[in-house]
Design a protein around this ligand. Structure first.
Ligand SMILES: [Zn+2]
Length: 294
């Protein structure tokens, strides 16, 4: 696994950000170009099992006030539509399918579909959480084809993204993985945490690893990033080497351990250790360390 193979980031979709404020042009294009409208309910899509895809329509769905222009793919326009519960239930009934989290079917989607699903999920969740202005509390209205919210007093708000760091710490043939109390049994992953206000991304890596394991780092190396709208993160991934190997746990972690490469491969194959899902950047980091996809 290389940074180029991080899930959800490989796409030919052109976001065409300059078109978001060109209302008339977009209106004209809708008449002449094929359009795809993706209904999204609470961040979830209507997953069509037999087709390995999620439902999208050539016609608008729900109210156009809740429509977001995603961009252009293969000369076709893509929109996401935040729909109401009644609309979601009617679609489920009609297609004999259900709105499901992307986590359930991410691996069934191709690169472009995976990206569109993730992107529309992020926009939908942001719209639902920004019904009111975070400054004055009056009602927000979508602008710029869904990419901006403006309240009655003219306060502008843009999609909210929370950066988080994630890091594979190694010491020769060993890597440092941990698990939180709330995780399912036997699941281990790379250490991660949110960047705090006033803190650089690099400092956040050093702090998080030290807090969760007592390990100090050297040779921090950027690996790649992954949008993670669960609900609104951006994962910034690093590799680093340990300056010490003496682990001490904090309350947040149930366990943090050094895993030798050979043991980890053996235990993952046996199923006694379970890694984060293959579409996560944590899995990309671990697979990169092990030299093969797991
Ligand atoms: Zn306001």
């Amino acid at each position: 696994m290389t940074p180029d193979s991080i899930y959800f980031t490989r796409t030919e979709l052109d976001r065409c950000a300059n078109m978001r404020d060109q209302k008339q042009r977009l209106k004209q294009l809708k008449k002449f170009k094929p359009c795809h409208y993706v209904p999204v309910y609470l961040g979830n899509h209507l997953y069509l099992k037999g087709e390995d895809n999620f439902f999208h329509s050539s016609q608008p769905i729900g109210s156009s006030r809740d429509e977001t222009f995603l961009g252009v793919l293969n000369d076709e326009l893509w929109f996401s539509c935040s729909i109401k519960e009644s609309e979601a239930r009617a679609l489920e009934e009609k297609h004999q399918a259900s709105f499901q989290s992307l986590r359930q079917y991410a691996l069934a989607l191709d690169d472009d579909q995976g990206h569109i699903a993730l992107y529309s999920r992020g926009m939908d969740l942001w719209h639902r959480r920004r019904v009111f202005c975070s400054i004055c509390g009056t009602k927000n209205k979508a602008a710029s084809s869904g990419h901006k919210m403006v309240c009655e007093n003219g306060h502008e708000q843009f999609p909210h993204i929370e950066p988080a760091v994630i890091v594979l710490v190694s010491d020769g043939d060993k890597c440092l993985l941990g698990r939180k109390h709330s995780w399912p049994p036997n699941v281990y992953s790379t250490l991660a945490g949110f960047v705090e206000p006033g803190e650089s991304i690099e400092d956040a890596v050093h702090r998080e690893v030290y807090e969760e394991s007592n390990i100090r780092l050297k040779n921090l190396q950027y690996f790649g990033s992954q949008p993670w709208p669960f609900p609104s993160s951006l994962m910034v991934a690093f590799k680093a080497e340990a300056r010490s190997d003496d682990i001490r746990l904090d309350d947040e972690m149930e366990d943090v351990r050094w895993f030798h490469k050979d043991d980890l491969i053996k235990w993952v194959k046996q199923g006694s250790i379970i890694l984060s899902p293959r579409f996560s950047v944590a899995n990309s980091l671990i697979s990169n360390f092990l030299g093969q996809e797991y």
